[in-house]
Ligand binder design. Structure first.
Ligand code: GLN
Length: 206
């Protein structure tokens, strides 16, 4: 960590890497794209972006990153996953591919593509615990939701239980376990850095 600016990696194998890099920079961190184990060893925390979890899982194998990543996560590296990143962080995935790798950093069951095949995207105003000054405009794109969490997991947000939320009403969409944070939505796409700031604070505190 230099000048109080944590070095935060963005897993750069696939997905919306650039948007996370920009959001981290605007949140007071030094963002670093991570494609190799040596790069992973040099960061204070890691963001796993949205994209496609099955593809990312395959690329983690090909780039020989899966074991180093498991080790760092198990050793307590602060990690934040959005959407596909949330899926990778989960212990269990419903509707995943059988060979899909899990980092099991959060004791939760997530349902992949939960919002339905027809409903590719969904947006709502979402109050998030730990994020002050009003709800976050949450954008969900072929997103998972969390079906259940274990005892050590804090639920940070649920989709508002109102008719316009449809089947997603009341579903868990943001969680935290220790210094691991996961959201089913994409704060990197909206220009609102509050979720990234929350993560940067987590990295600083770790
Ligand atoms: N449906 C994707 C998956 O299974 C996630 C979509 C996203 O990250 N926007 O990985």
């Amino acid at each position: 960590m230099s000048d109080g600016q944590p070095r935060i990696g963005v897993l750069a194998l696939q997905g919306d890497v650039r948007e996370h890099v920009a959001a981290l920079r605007d949140s007071g961190a030094e963002p670093v794209p991570v494609r190799r184990a040596t790069e992973l060893s040099e960061v204070d925390g890691l963001v796993i972006p949205g994209g496609e979890s099955t593809t990312m899982s395959r690329l983690l194998d090909i780039f020989e990153l899966i074991e180093p990543l498991r080790e760092r996560v198990a050793a307590g590296m602060p990690t934040y996953g959005s959407c596909a990143g949330m899926i990778l962080l989960a212990g269990t995935v419903v509707d995943g591919r059988p060979d899909q790798q899990q980092l099991a950093a959060v004791d939760m069951v997530v349902r992949r593509n939960a919002f339905g095949r027809q409903v590719d995207s969904f947006e709502c105003e979402l109050p998030v615990t730990g994020v002050d000054d009003g709800p976050v405009h949450a954008v969900f794109i072929r997103a998972p939701w969390v079906e259940s969490v274990g005892e050590g997991v804090d639920v940070l947000a649920r989709v508002p239980d109102i008719p316009s939320s449809g089947l997603a009403a009341g579903r868990i969409v943001a969680v935290r376990q220790g210094c691991v944070l996961a959201t089913a939505f994409h704060p990197e796409l909206t220009g609102d850095e509050r979720v990234h700031r929350l993560f940067v604070e987590t990295v600083r505190a770790a």
